[in-house]
Design a protein around this ligand. Structure first.
Ligand code: FAD
Length: 390
């Protein structure tokens, strides 16, 4: 099973961390990385923040210098995406038709943005996942340009905040009654709406798009209450799906590959990590896809260790950060399913901790403007007794 070496499908964070861990842990066999983009692995969080604002040089996004891959004998196949997985032949079939055999495989193909129905084909409609997307969007934003952001999730809110800093006039259109309501609940969601409004963003809630006006470009967005918003650039930030359509017919889940705590799938020698995976969370007793930087980095390294037969430490509670209007926002654990939220601090002053608990035990926390409190909150959540596996 090992004679064909290790293949990593995906060229992002989890893939890079896995490759690095394999080499650092002493694996000296063949190692190949299959990457859809023409870029060596790079970091995505700045794409909606400093890089979009024009404050970070593109070369700073790369995780490692370009020659690191050759120096570590990592064969990176750029620009030829994985198109199918043949578990009988134990090979990944690339879009070009090439078969890449593997002894062990890591699936780390990340996420793909959801498209807004009816928005394809317009020149000024943007999604934000790749460096190419960020370059295009950056070129479209500027002082006085009118930006409509559809979706008040973390990425939509960050793009809105960055565009405002660049001098754009920004409107956010969100179908739910509050931003992030499905993640944090309505009360905290309203805090985010207030934050963005106070900064000068027009936030439209419980608002649905009835139609887009324009031929080659969207000139205005019509809401279902008849209101029309003029638009030079439209950004769609309505969530993602796992980039796993290429696994169709392989027997593995396409809605995020279910893995155990070490990243192993149901197919021997096949692992998954990062946004493309759905790891088992012993705290919740279910498989959960998290889409967080920290999780993807840790899972990539953990799967590499598991492939080599090394023990994998238990995962800490998931954590995520976001920067909006100069405020550091951090989210740990899971708020979903909580039966109580306690607020400590001063929400109007943008300085508070919201602790989510279930049956009297803390299960999640949102920190606003309190990066110094993170370590303590993390310790408290990690101490929450785990459920046994189902
Ligand atoms: P990715 O980093 O997306 O890498 C997947 C790679 O696989 C990509 O290079 C892709 O091109 C490639 N690929 C896709 N399909 C195929 C295929 N068929 N064959 C071969 N290769 C393929 N997280 C935070 O915690 N905090 C933040 O502030 C934050 N900000 C973000 C801002 C933006 C704009 C984005 C897009 C994400 C942000 N995230 C943030 C999320 C974080 O970046 C992701 O969770 C993380 O990148 C996931 O790593 P990954 O390796 O699973 O996927």
């Amino acid at each position: 099973m090992t004679q064909n070496g290790i293949v990593i499908a995906g060229g992002g964070l989890a893939a890079q961390r896995a490759a690095e861990t394999l080499r650092r842990t002493g694996y000296d066999g063949s190692l190949r990385m299959i990457a859809a983009e023409l870029e060596l692995p790079y970091d995505r969080p700045p794409l909606s923040k400093d890089f979009l604002a024009g404050e970070l040089d593109e070369r700073m996004l790369r995780f490692r210098a370009d020659d690191w891959y050759a120096d570590n004998s990592i064969d990176v196949l750029l620009g030829d995406p994985a198109a199918a997985l043949d578990t009988a032949e134990r090979a990944v079939v690339l879009e070009s038709g090439r078969h890449v055999p593997f002894g062990r495989l890591l699936i780390a193909t990340g996420s793909a943005p959801r498209a807004l129905p009816g928005s394809t084909g317009y020149e000024n409609v943007h999604e934000l996942r790749t460096l190419g997307d960020a370059r295009r969007l950056r070129g479209a934003l500027g002082a006085g340009s009118r930006l409509v952001v559809v979706g008040a999730g973390f990425i939509g809110l960050e793009v809105a905040s960055t565009a405002l800093r660049l001098g754009a006039e920004v409107t956010i259109v969100e179908a739910a009654p509050a931003p992030l309501a499905s993640v944090l609940g309505t009360e905290l969601g309203h805090w985010f709406a207030r934050l963005h409004r106070e900064e000068g963003i027009d936030v439209r809630l419980s608002a649905r798009i009835a139609r887009l006006h324009g031929t080659r470009t969207v000139k205005s967005v019509e809401l279902d209450d008849g209101d029309r918003i003029a638009c030079d650039t439209l950004v769609v930030g309505i969530g993602t799906t796992p980039a796993t359509a290429w696994l169709a017919g392989s027997g593995l889940d396409e809605d995020g590959v279910r893995v155990d705590a070490a990243g192993a799938t149901a197919v021997p020698g096949v692992y998954a990590a990062g946004d493309a995976s759905r790891p088992f969370d012993p705290r919740q007793g279910v498989h959960v896809r998290t889409e967080h930087w920290e999780g993807a980095a840790r899972q990539g390294a953990a799967a590499a260790r598991a492939m080599l037969g090394h023990p994998v430490p238990p995962a800490p509670p998931p954590s995520f950060w976001s920067d909006q209007h100069g405020i550091r926002i951090q989210y740990l654990g899971h708020a979903r399913g909580a039966d109580r939220v306690a607020i400590d601090g001063d929400p109007p002053a943008r300085d508070f901790t919201a602790t989510f608990s279930r049956h009297g035990r803390p299960v999640g926390a949102l920190l606003v403007g309190r990066p110094h409190a993170l370590a303590e909150v993390r310790r408290r959540l990690a101490a929450t007794p785990e459920r046994t596996a189902v």
